[in-house]
Design a protein around this ligand. Structure first.
Ligand code: GAL
Length: 676
């Protein structure tokens, strides 16, 4: 017998085992399938192309056909038991030369691991993946991050194809539902005062607080018990002025319209601490990246007002990188002197007069933030603050800024004695020294001191990606928040990995000191290449709920002029936002896991508990829950669904069970209110 005949006999035998011996094998190439269902860590799935749209190339060898993706990646295909086998040549695409990707290719059949490549690196020759599939219903082609994060993990399934007995039944699928659905009920026409119930200010600093209230306009505002030095504008609800002495005042805010009246207590704490609840606002990076301009910032501020977000407590408009001049850009609007003769930082020509911009944003009742690096260059290669920290803090204050994000970027070069380093190399230098505590603390302490010397309150946001356990010391050097992780992207794997890394920092969160798991990747995002967030609707509900449970700064990263109904709805649920803004300032941790269901609990100031039942798995969670003691919840409780703003019912935690149905990658966010 020739080997071909032998093979045919084996296949025939396999077919006869599964009762399919009347058909013969055909080929289905992976590029013949709909790849839009792929979930991946970055970019779009490439058909016969790499994730960067180039010819598939592994270890110097090119391939005409296949699927180019990026870790973490997952593609589900329903085979209906019609596949004989799957073969591919897998490896890291050569297009990421100069970086250090590592990824592992894994094939699952009906949930069982059938094959794995082991960790593959750049330059490795393509590995043959060959997996028999007789009897398999569903296959998953997965690429994991190889253990070092998913940076530059451009992963190719080259020559990927199935031998099949019926090519027409293969369907790609994704277990995460993709239809947006609205949960937040629309606000009432009657006034409702939303937002934080505590506000911190330092003696002598300009005071700016706009009463956030929903309800039809016109609306009039008043505030009983305002300490002397403050006044409220009855038409806009904006409170301004200055407090000269430390102390706490309880103010009763009142909003009235034709439909009725709303009252809410606001505790004004004049002392050394600001950001007593996590900052809520917008940041330019995730949508505009290097394309930001004063005009875009102005329009973002207007959109925050027009969209009504301002009525739910959203109030910071933060400029990220690229308001300064750039060292290498060919774009003339970014070219110019970095500093004037006296050493003062000079904004680029897209921004011009920063004070005019800040005044405009303040005039809307909003606050404004700015960005810099302790190194000589920002991550984008614009002028940083190195050697000019004091002057820069003074400039920000003079212009009227209320918030500074201070991003490590090229500071690694300073440590290595290369303060003038090339911004393009900063990524490889950026972490050096960041794990040595005194070195890591020094530049942040310095800027913290200068900020506190300014005659206005400037929220200090540290961005050094969580190095040196920043949560353990960030507060002591004046930081109000600190990034706990590297940059987020609008990919499920990114959000999941960030979430799973938060618990270790949770104990350090408190009023004035917040762990920052990075910005919200909802709405139209794209770092200069706008697209709707690739997180599915349930993933977005989960993302927003967890950020609120974490007491995280809530920074919208999307283009606010492009809000769709779903995104706006996601950002305007006052009962959900109240969890983030709870004055006790605790951060939820995962207190129980049941399979892929992770249960996060946050203790609230009024003694109630916010609980997130979070499904990280690929099957709907359907269960009757009764372990309330594990959550620290006892006695008779009213259970309220916060997204739907609806009471579910009263339960006795010692006898009753709670029926839970949590969608794939979704959440149930409940509040348990003790009934005395
Ligand atoms: C990164 C930072 C981002 C953004 C960017 C600007 O290091 O984590 O959030 O600020 O720099 O270049």
């Amino acid at each position: 017998m020739t080997s071909n005949i032998k093979l045919a006999t084996i296949i025939g035998f396999l077919f006869s085992l599964i009762g399919l011996n009347h058909l013969s094998a055909q080929t289905v190439w992976i590029d013949q399938l709909d790849l839009s269902t792929v979930t991946q860590g970055y970019g779009m799935p490439g058909k016969n192309k790499s994730v960067d749209g180039k010819v598939l190339t592994i270890g110097g060898k090119t391939f005409e056909r296949g699927f180019g993706t990026h870790a973490e990646s997952s593609l589900f295909i329903l085979l209906n038991k019609k596949a004989i086998d799957f073969t591919a040549q897998v490896g890291i695409d050569d297009e990421v030369i100069g970086h250090e990707p590592a990824a592992e290719f894994v094939v699952y059949g009906d949930g069982r691991k059938l094959w794995s490549s082991g960790v593959m690196r750049l330059g490795d020759a393509a590995k043959l993946c060959s997996v028999p599939l007789a009897g398999v219903e569903k296959i998953e082609l997965a690429v994991t991050d190889g253990g070092n994060g998913n940076y530059y993990d451009h992963a190719d399934w080259a020559n990927a194809k199935f031998q099949a007995i019926d090519v027409n039944t293969f369907i790609t699928t994704n277990p995460v539902a993709s239809k947006p659905y609205i949960l937040t009920p629309p606000p009432s026409a009657k006034p409702r005062i939303n937002g934080a119930s505590v506000f911190g200010v330092r003696p002598g600093s300009p005071f700016l607080f706009r009463v956030p209230a929903t309800g039809v306009r016109p609306m009039s505002f008043s505030a009983a018990g305002l300490p002397s030095g403050l006044k409220i504008d009855s038409k806009t609800g904006i409170i301004t002025g200055k407090l000269s002495k430390a102390g706490t005042s309880i103010v009763t805010l009142v909003a009235k319209n034709a439909e009725g009246k709303s009252e809410k207590k606001l505790r004004i704490v004049c002392g050394s601490q600001i950001a007593l609840t996590p900052p809520m606002g917008w940041n330019s990076w995730n949508c505009f990246a290097g394309e930001v301009s004063a005009e875009k910032v102005r329009r973002a501020a207007e959109a925050m007002v027009k969209s009504g977000l301002i009525n739910h407590g959203w109030n910071y408009i933060n400029i990220d990188d690229y308001w300064q001049n750039n060292r290498d850009s060919k774009d003339q609007t970014l070219r110019g002197m970095f500093r004037d003769k006296a050493g003062n930082i000079v904004p680029n020509s897209r921004f011009g007069n920063m004070k005019v911009l800040a005044d405009y944003v303040h005039g809307l009742g909003l606050k404004i933030g700015i960005y810099s690096s302790p190194g000589p260059w920002t991550c984008g290669g614009c002028a940083g603050s190195y050697g000019h920290e004091k002057q820069d803090a003074q400039s920000y204050a003079k212009w009227g800024f209320d918030y500074l994000k201070y991003d490590w970027c090229s500071y690694g070069g300073v440590i290595n004695g290369m303060p003038d380093n090339d911004p393009h190399k900063v990524s490889s230098l950026s972490f050096q020294g960041g794990d040595n505590l005194p070195i890591a603390v020094k530049p942040y302490k310095l800027m913290g001191e200068y900020l506190r010397q300014q005659p206005r309150d400037i929220v200090y946001s540290l961005c050094q990606y969580g190095m040196s356990d920043v949560w353990t010391w960030g507060g002591s050097i004046g930081g109000n928040s600190w990034r706990t992780t590297n940059d987020i992207t609008d990919a499920w794997a990114s959000v999941r990995n960030i979430v799973l890394a938060q618990d270790k920092a949770a104990a350090w969160a408190k009023p004035g000191n917040w762990n920052d798991p990075d910005m919200l990747v909802i709405g139209t995002v794209g770092w200069g290449d706008p697209h709707p967030s690739r997180l599915k609707p349930d993933e977005q509900y989960l993302h927003f709920s967890l950020w609120c449970l974490f007491s995280a700064p809530l920074l919208i990263g999307c283009d606010m002029e492009k809000f769709d109904d779903f995104t706006l709805n996601l950002l305007t649920n006052d009962e959900v936002i109240a969890i983030d803004q709870d004055p006790l300032g605790k951060e939820a941790t995962c207190v129980q896991s049941i399979g892929d269901l992770r249960i996060y609990v946050k203790e609230l100031e009024d003694g109630s508990h916010a609980v997130g039942f979070c499904n990280f798995g690929l099957e709907t969670v359907d269960l009757s829950y009764k372990d309330f003691d594990k959550l620290g919840i006892t006695g008779q409780q009213m259970v309220r669904d916060l997204w739907r703003q609806k009471n579910i019912g009263s339960i006795n935690t010692s006898n009753d069970e709670l029926k839970l149905k949590v969608p794939v990658h979704g959440v149930l966010l409940y509040k348990f209110i003790s009934k005395k």
